[in-house]
Design a protein around this ligand. Sequence first.
Ligand SMILES: [Zn+2]
Length: 62
Amino acid sequence: MPLNIKVGDTIQTKKKHPCGGDRWLVLRTGADFVIKCEKCNHQTWISRVKLEKSVKEIIVKE
Ligand SMILES: [Zn+2]
């Protein structure tokens, strides 16, 4: 079942970024996502399939 991840959501990943951060801001959704590391601001493209496997938690901002 696909996860409901929207632009502006923050996701926590199981695997940490080399910088030590594990929270990412979602900048673009679709078949491929663009996410930005909240700690070092590194942006990366990731496929939906890969992202869904690595998500630990979705932090929805109220
Ligand atoms: Zn980082």
